[in-house]
Design a protein around this ligand. Structure first.
Ligand code: FUB
Length: 324
């Protein structure tokens, strides 16, 4: 693939989670819209109200099918506002969509909606997952039929409001040499509707084996967890948020620890950067978004795909974002 490709030119879609189901590629993005809400560090301007599903069978030239609206806030009994980045997993004949949404108290929780088909529509559960908080769920189906969720996001994603899975009186963002806040990992119950255990920290180490610090803003986790597996290693990738990079770390099992390895995507036009990595028909791809088509409006993002390549030692070749 010579040039990255915009996938849905007629609408604004972001945060793509991509999976191969029944031999076809399915894309589960956030659906951006013009809400008129002023931009702020809390992310209030990302006021999304529904999801669409897309699919295709040829990444480089194929037609992208829009399966239409598959879930909306009006149909979610506990909904407050803001449907952010979702993910979908298949188990025991059903497709489970995991989505972050603020409840009626303006607290992000993670909900589940179910379908018989990868293209939806998805029917939401009455309540969010017990003990869930923050944003950006990513589901990893591991060996032995175990499913893990990775989640978390700083600032508007509210992760700084929690320690040891308990809400704090006041949010606390560590600084400087203090250890950075970690993304969370938790195994899902067999019915996929609840956590099977307490979420744990997914620790990311530097080259000396020390946890990344909060002041190391070009490497520490901010949001947008994604997991993939390549050549016997687990690859955990994520956004560094205010430094606008997609980075990755490798490990030997789903719980980590993981060791920081480098940058996958340099900054794109826009503020957020968010991605997924998937193998399809023998090639690896990075799905992501930028704000070039909207002329740099950070809340109106467009879906893209670029080919991703590994070096012989398993490191990933850095892709240049559109802000360079
Ligand atoms: O789309 C809203 C939020 O922006 C996502 O949940 C974050 O990862 C960032 O992309």
């Amino acid at each position: 693939m010579k040039e990255p490709r915009y996938l849905v030119p007629g609408d604004y879609m972001a945060d793509p989670a991509v999976h191969v189901f029944n031999g076809r590629l399915y894309i589960y993005p956030s659906h951006d819209r013009e809400s008129g809400i002023p931009e702020n560090d809390n992310g209030d301007h990302f006021d999304m109200k529904d999801y669409h599903v897309f699919s295709m069978d040829d990444v480089e030239h194929g037609e992208v099918t829009d399966h239409g609206m598959v879930l909306r806030t009006e149909d979610i009994p506990w909904a407050g506002r803001q449907l952010w980045d979702c993910d979908v997993a298949f188990r025991n004949g059903k497709y489970y969509m995991y989505f972050p949404l603020k409840d009626k108290n303006d607290i992000f929780r993670i909900g589940v909606a179910i379908s018989d088909k990868p293209e939806g529509p998805f029917i939401p559960q009455e309540n969010p997952i017990k003990g869930s908080y923050s944003i950006d769920p990513c589901i990893w189906p591991d060996k032995d039929d175990e499913y893990y969720m990775y989640f978390g996001g700083l600032w508007g994603g509210q992760l700084q409001r929690y320690r040891n899975n308990k809400a704090l009186e006041c949010a606390q963002l560590p600084e400087g040499d203090e250890p950075a806040l970690c993304p969370k990992v938790v195994q899902l119950r067999e019915d996929m509707l609840e956590f099977a255990e307490e979420p744990r920290d997914l620790v990311i180490l530097d080259e000396k084996g020390k946890p990344l610090t909060a002041g190391d803003t070009k490497r520490r986790f901010f949001e947008a967890s994604w997991m993939h597996y390549y050549n016997g290693k687990y690859y955990f990738s994520y956004s560094t948020g205010d430094t606008h990079l997609i980075c990755y770390a490798t490990g030997d099992n789903p719980y980590g620890p993981f060791t920081y390895r480098g940058v996958i995507l340099t900054p794109v036009v826009g503020w957020t950067t968010h991605h997924s990595i998937v193998e399809y028909r023998g090639k690896w791809y990075l799905f992501h978004h930028d704000c070039v088509p909207s002329g740099g409006k950070t809340w109106l993002r467009s879906l893209k795909v670029a080919e991703l390549k590994y070096n012989p030692d398993g490191t990933i070749q850095t892709i240049k974002g559109t802000a360079e």
